[in-house]
Design a protein around this ligand. Structure first.
Ligand SMILES: [Zn+2]
Length: 230
């Protein structure tokens, strides 16, 4: 969400495959798979708006335009007039960078859902996606399938601290470029290189060597070490 000078707000949701970047960015991730395959690497140069480029934001100063590209169209853009409420923003819980253990414990009390699914609920904590919840639960030593209501206050403290740490680290490394994500300059993030469990099914746990397991919880997957996470 960007607050604009006239106090209107611009909400951009990247969805699954959204890419927000400055015009002139260079990345093979900004090409369709067929275009990527047809080009020699040295030809994968400047991005030119294509059929998947849905929005161009121009600025009054000399900065480059910002483009939104979204191949699968799960992304959303909304402009809110000054004072206009937003159901999407108003229902968001505390930001994952600032979540406190006591807030998580209060949200978990009496809940029968898996702790992983509770963490994915944006009304409980905002900004925590599939990758970062798996990683935070791994750092905290808590199994993603655990019933939320049975996670102790001390464990909620550990999970909240781990999530804050994972989010800070993801920002420092430019995010996770696993399939489509690019930074505003078109560069890949490198958080994926630090993953402890996410999408590492069958690979050895970085702490104990036990193969990482993948389970499906509702619509989402979760990855964990069966030995380190209880
Ligand atoms: Zn382990």
């Amino acid at each position: 969400m960007a607050g604009l000078e006239d106090e209107s707000r611009l909400v951009v949701h990247l969805g699954m495959t959204g890419q927000l970047f400055a015009e002139g960015a260079v990345s093979p991730r900004l090409l369709s798979a067929t275009a990527r395959a047809a080009l020699a690497p040295e030809e994968q140069l400047r991005f030119r708006p294509d059929a998947h480029t849905h929005l161009r934001l121009a600025f009054r100063d000399d900065g480059p335009d910002v483009l939104l590209r979204d191949v699968r169209k799960f992304g959303k853009v909304q402009w809110l007039e000054p004072g206009q409420p937003s159901e999407r923003l108003d229902r968001l819980g505390p930001d994952a960078l600032r979540l406190r253990g006591s807030q998580l414990a209060a949200a978990a009390r009496g809940r029968k859902v898996a702790i992983k699914n509770l963490l994915l609920d944006q009304a409980v904590v905002a900004g925590s996606g599939n990758i970062y919840t798996d990683e935070a639960l791994s750092l905290a030593g808590v199994r993603p399938t655990r019933t939320a209501g049975r996670v102790s206050a001390a464990e909620c403290d550990r999970i909240a601290r781990a999530l804050r740490r994972v989010m800070r680290r993801s920002i420092a490394t430019g995010g996770s470029s696993i399939s489509d994500y690019v930074g505003p300059d078109g560069k890949d993030g490198s958080y994926q290189d630090e993953r402890r469990v996410y999408a590492r099914k069958g690979e050895p746990c970085r702490s104990c060597g036990t193969p990482i397991r993948r389970v499906v919880l509702g619509q989402r997957s979760a990855h964990y070490c069966p030995r380190c996470q209880r």
